[in-house]
Design a protein around this ligand. Structure first.
Ligand code: FES
Ligand code: FES
Length: 158
């Protein structure tokens, strides 16, 4: 066992974990953060995406011990004071989801994308989300949602 201390969605936590425990398992099974989901066992789908010190990572691809000392934000930590994050709001407004399984990861990746590129082109959005798979939407409304969140909604609806 290895002792880790980190901040998750604003709360400080410390735990003894197996060195092989994945961050996604730690979040879901120890902390009950089941908003972060597991969609594959090949690091392909992106459903497990969270922010590690402000940068998106696939949490099935990170060991919990690697998050020691870090700040982790999950989909459950995005809303502030009962208000949805603007990207969450945009997904809702633009119908950027159907079954919703990919949505936590899509939103976390989209937030990171917009942090790095506040006014992305459609191509940049598609490229930025290429590590996140969606079986339902055909991606069109997801791209619209990101454009909407970036304040480019007129182009999005054109
Ligand atoms: S669960 Fe599919 S990439 Fe992490
Ligand atoms: S909304 Fe169903 S997988 Fe994306």
């Amino acid at each position: 066992m290895t002792r880790i201390s980190l901040t998750v969605d604003g709360a400080k936590v410390s735990d003894d974990v197996e060195p092989r425990l994945l961050l996604v398992q730690y979040l879901r099974e120890r902390l009950g953060k089941t908003g972060t989901v597991i969609g594959c066992d090949t690091s392909n789908c992106g459903a497990c995406t969270v922010h590690l010190d402000g940068t998106s990572v696939k949490s099935c691809n990170v060991l919990a011990v690697q998050a020691d000392g870090a700040e982790v934000t999950t989909i459950e930590g995005l809303a502030q004071n009962g208000e949805l994050h603007p990207v969450q709001e945009a997904f809702r407004e633009c119908h950027g989801l159907q079954c919703g399984f990919c949505t936590p990861g899509m939103i976390m990746q989209s937030v990171d994308l917009l942090n790095n590129n506040p006014k992305p082109t459609e191509e940049e959005i598609r490229l930025g989300l290429e590590g996140n798979l969606c079986r339902c939407t055909g991606y069109h409304n997801i791209v619209r949602a990101v454009q909407h969140a970036s304040g480019q909604s007129e182009e999005a609806h054109a």
